[in-house]
Every structure is written in C-alpha cells, then in structure tokens.
Design a protein around this ligand. Structure first.
Ligand SMILES: *[C@@H]1O[C@H](CO)[C@@H](O)[C@H](O)[C@H]1NC(C)=O
Length: 211
C-alpha cells in the first residue's frame, strides 16, 4: 500500500522532525550582566544549539569578587543543570547555579545565587592558573571547600568579550564539574570556554596538610 503524501505520512514526518529536533529553531533570552539577574532580547538560537541556559555565578579572581548572570543558547548535551564549585586557591574560585531547558524563552526567569561554602573539607588538588598557556604544572596545592571532592584540569580557549585566548587551570571542583567534557563549549557566568582538555578525578583526602 502506498501512503506517500497521505495525512498519515505527514504526521509521521512531523513527529520525526520533532524527535530529531529539526524544524523550528529554539529561541532564548540572551543577556549578560553583573548582579543576580539580567534581561535581554529574545533571540533565535543558531543551528545545533538546542537549549536555553541561565547561569548565576559568584567568583573571586585574586580576591576581587563579582556576581554575574548569563543567559543564552547552547547545546543541551553540554549543559549542566545544577550547582558547580571550583577552587584554584583561597582567592581564586567560582561557584555557580545553572538551569538548562528546551522550550522557547524558558530561561527568562531568575535563579537563586549559589551557596558559597568556603569551609575547607580536607581534600586537596594540584592547582595552577595559566592564562595564555596550553598546560599548567599544578605545583601549588589548593585546599578544597564545601562539596568539592574532585580535581579538575581544564584547558582550551576562553572568550572574554572580544578577547579570545588560551588558558589552562587546575584545582578543586564539585563532582558536577566532571559533566564537562573535552570538545564542549561551556559558559560560566562571566566567560565562554572552549575546552580541549577536561580531566576530572577524585581528590586526595589529606586533612591538615598544606603543601
Ligand atoms: C560547608 O562545608 C563543610 C565542609 O564540607 C561542611 O561540613 C558543612 O556542613 C557545609 N555547610 C553548609 C551550610 O552546607
């Protein structure tokens, strides 16, 4: 029996397109700003970006604190919903809450600012921060805090405004940071990272020892 062109075929085709994410592109709110919220234009996502994300992050860079919010389109498979904490040193860390969703404008709401627990938990990791570099030695030791039980080694490129440069960094992280894989494009609340390396291993427990 030939059904070509029949309503049944059309229905199957439509369902298939829906399942495969073909057809109408997603639209998301896009903005970036300091503070616990931001508002921006609703934009159509480019090809392959099948999720909207909202991230609110608190970070310290050499002791300089900031709270930022980021909303955009991204790939759903690279998008982690939840809490991530990373610590490279006592004055260099980042905590964030993120939410990923797949319907139009679903990232328009706000998220609570992430809980920033700086209590040391006895885990330690090799640490380094190397802007403009491809690797970094990890000769320092970071003392992990809060829920951080893993060590990360992330390297690739980072986009800050119009500047795109290499970076490499090692330090403590929550297990949730292991979701991030090499080859992914992941935003933080402040920067956009293109990761060529994303190692994540359980940290060593050595309370009281400072190396
Ligand atoms: C903060 O982190 C420490 C170390 O992991 C933990 O013992 C403590 O319960 C945490 N506090 C809160 C409020 O989560």
């Amino acid at each position: 029996m030939r059904t070509s062109g029949s309503p049944a075929t059309l229905l199957v085709f439509t369902l298939l397109c829906t399942f495969l994410g073909l057809g109408r592109p997603l639209s998301c709110e896009v903005c970036k700003g300091s503070g616990p919220t931001c508002t921006g234009k609703i934009r159509t996502c480019e090809d392959g970006k099948d999720a909207c994300v909202v991230i609110v992050g608190e970070s310290s860079t050499k002791g300089r604190h900031s709270l930022n919010t980021y909303k955009a389109c991204m790939k759903f498979k690279d998008c982690y919903s939840g809490f991530v904490s990373t610590t490279m040193g006592p004055k260099d860390y980042m905590v964030s809450n993120a939410h990923c969703c797949q319907s139009d404008r679903c990232n328009q709401g706000d998220l609570p600012a992430p809980h920033n627990n700086r209590t040391e938990n006895g885990f330690q990791c090799p640490a380094c921060i190397a802007p403009f570099q491809e690797t970094c030695p990890g000769t320092e030791a970071a003392r992990c805090v809060g829920q951080e039980t893993h060590c990360i080694y992330f390297a690739g490129n980072v986009q800050a405004g119009i500047i795109n440069t290499r970076f490499a960094t090692r330090g403590c992280a929550t297990e949730s940071a292991c979701f991030t894989k090499a080859g992914s494009e992941v935003p933080s609340a402040s920067y956009l990272y293109f990761l060529r390396r994303a190692d994540c291993l359980p940290a060593r427990y050595r309370p009281g020892r400072a190396e």
